[in-house]
Design a protein around this ligand. Structure first.
Ligand code: LMR
Length: 399
């Protein structure tokens, strides 16, 4: 049977890790997978995480199952982080949280839930998007289609085109939205634009599925939640997938959450029962270590303050790197072409580099990024920025 199995190409993002590791170029730079790196090129464990882990080592008394919804303390502390401490949604007990193995796991729960309960709905996804969105909905057999997001000529957000497309989505369908730090483009909507999106969602009775993987990496922990909070307060039903991979630096611990906002507590309980069943059929109980770390940090005001300052530090560093990138390209006459990099937010930049330029950067310079031209901004640092910009100038014919 295995002989007839099709050999698949490597994942467009994760496959770059392997290719990068095998490259012997001493100047190589990894701008592929979205992990934060510090000035030395390392992805350190956050201090708040280390302290929480030290506490857990002394406190943990058992390794028994934590239940399909995960750790209740994790839910208790993550919900206010997402919705705000004085949220009317939480007050009305309209939200339910099911812990998931990472943001990807949460999206898979959402996809399975949709397949079980509304198999004929189409999920509308921004073009472009994170490629795994397609893979997740394909895996469960949910149809997906695209709405416009970026003007490919100018490499800028095309909000009018987005709105036009959203207005044509059949009533009742699902719209996948990136709360902040749009992956892969880095182009986010303003609050005024979110208001316009909200009006379309209301008018056409569309169900939003909000991918919230980068809280804290755009403008700040609260500002980045503005769209999630607006839509949850104004709409009867919302689905949210939250990730602690980036903002807690817990990538390999696989910790995230599926959150549903229902019109009332009765509907919320129905959704909650479904999520337990979906989780049970996928992996039964989620892993416990990541949620214990997050709950320990958020429950302690000292650790919470430390963590918030670490998130600020990561975000500020990325935004500084964005400015430095554009400034370093100026001597090559490329500042204008790449000005968007300073305007985008989050870990990624849709650089506008073409697939052939990306291929040449990889082959000739050992610089790895996603074929679409998506760069992980946290992937370079002050030391290798001149090399990166020289290489970009070279493939753009400016050197
Ligand atoms: C990315 O887009 O690089 C990250 O979200 C990691 C992943 O799983 O693809």
């Amino acid at each position: 049977m295995f002989t007839q199995v099709e050999l698949l190409p490597a994942d467009p993002i994760l496959g770059l890790i392997e290719a990068f590791n095998q490259d012997t170029n001493p100047s190589k730079i990894d701008l592929g997978v979205g992990v934060y790196r510090d000035a030395l090129g390392n992805t350190p464990i956050l201090k708040s995480v280390r302290e929480a882990e030290a506490l857990l080592l002394t406190r943990e008394t058992t390794k028994k199952y934590i239940g399909s919804h995960g750790d209740p303390l994790f839910a208790k502390h993550l919900l206010p982080l997402v919705f705000g401490a004085d949220s009317s949604v939480l007050e009305a007990k309209r939200a339910t949280l099911t812990q998931a193995p990472g943001g990807t796991g949460a999206l898979r729960l959402a996809a399975d839930f949709l397949k079980r309960n509304s198999p004929n709905k189409t999920v509308w996804i921004s073009n472009p998007t994170w490629p795994n969105h397609y893979a997740i909905f394909d895996s469960v057999g949910i149809q997906h289609k695209s709405y416009a997001y970026v003007d490919s000529e100018t490499n800028r957000l095309d909000f009018p085109a987005m709105l036009t497309d959203l207005k044509q989505i059949p009533q009742g369908d699902v719209v996948l939205l990136h709360a902040c730090c749009h992956n892969p483009t880095g182009f986010d909507l303003s609050l005024a634009q979110w208001q316009e999106v909200l009006a379309v969602l209301q008018e056409r009775e569309l169900l939003p599925l909000i991918d919230f993987a980068y809280q804290g990496f755009g403008e700040g922990l609260d500002k980045d939640a503005a769209a999630v909070r607006l839509l949850s307060e104004q709409l009867a039903e919302v689905m949210i997938t939250s990730s602690c991979s980036k903002n807690f630096g817990l990538y390999r611990e696989r910790i995230g959450a599926f959150i549903a906002v229902a019109k009332d507590a009765t509907d919320m309980e129905k959704v909650r029962s479904q999520m337990a069943s979906v989780a049970r059929a996928n992996y039964s109980n989620p892993p416990a270590h990541g949620s214990a770390i997050v709950a320990t940090i958020l429950a302690s005001s000292d650790l919470d303050n430390l963590w918030r300052s670490e998130v600020d530090e990561m975000r500020n560093r990325i935004n500084t790197l964005r400015q430095q990138f554009v400034a370093a390209l100026a001597p090559y006459g490329l500042a204008e072409k790449f000005a968007c990099v300073a305007e985008q937010r989050g870990m990624f930049s849709y650089s506008g580099l073409k697939p052939n330029e990306v291929a040449q950067l990889q082959k000739d310079f050992g610089i790895y990024m996603v074929k679409t031209g998506r760069m992980n901004i946290a992937g370079y640092n002050e030391q290798n920025l001149p090399y990166l910009c020289e290489a970009i100038a070279s493939v753009c014919g400016k050197k």
